[in-house]
Design a protein around this ligand. Sequence first.
Ligand code: PLP
Length: 242
Amino acid sequence: MTTPDARLAELEAGLADVRGRIASACAEAGRDPADVTLIAVTKTWPASDVAALASLGVSDVAENKDQEARAKHAELTDLDVRWHFVGQLQRNKAKSVVRYADVVHSVDRPELASALASASAKYREGTLDVLLQVDLEEGASEGRGGVAPSGVAALADEVSAHEALRLSGLMAVAPLGGNPDRAFARLAEFSADLVATHPGATWISAGMSGDLESAVRHGATHVRVGSALLGKRVSRHGSVRP
Ligand SMILES: *Cc1c(COP(=O)(O)O)cnc(C)c1O
């Protein structure tokens, strides 16, 4: 059993390590670390970890399952952090997600955008920040989600037609086992194309524990880091969870 103090020390060490990696990658790329937001991916970890990370200065946290995210947020309503939703999302969950999420990274089809827009108009005060998840594997592997690169422009137009949504940029996950530099270089090109027609959509959400340096090299504005910060996720069956 880890005591709260020991856990805080672990998280502090993880955070120092990850911030150090981001700073080095920025130095190599000639970028300002202030231009890269660290999002702590807290899925599978308890609300107490989210609170501990916030006490250490983490301003952004992400979850990938509605039920888990909703429960954690309910425990931490007063915590001053931005909540990001990064998982695949069914339309019928939109009503729930817009009540706690500030940003949804995983919009990949018009029906989901419509559902988020009507739910936001009904249940939220301000607009909801939305990123389009781009499929960099182009269907090669099952079910990470994402719109094909050829569909980004049309989906961007759909999203920006909704007043309750603000199109903020693109998100992607590098293909498993592929070359992240190649993947994130492509994402940077898609981002440049998008910004040419939607000047406000400048965010690039890319990079996780294993490939954040590559993402920073290719212009990521937001990195989503879980295991390097919080430790390996272990399921009840003892296997490491994706
Ligand atoms: C889990 C997850 C992450 C974080 O992955 P780590 O390898 O633990 O850093 C980032 N993005 C998404 C979409 C995730 O589901």
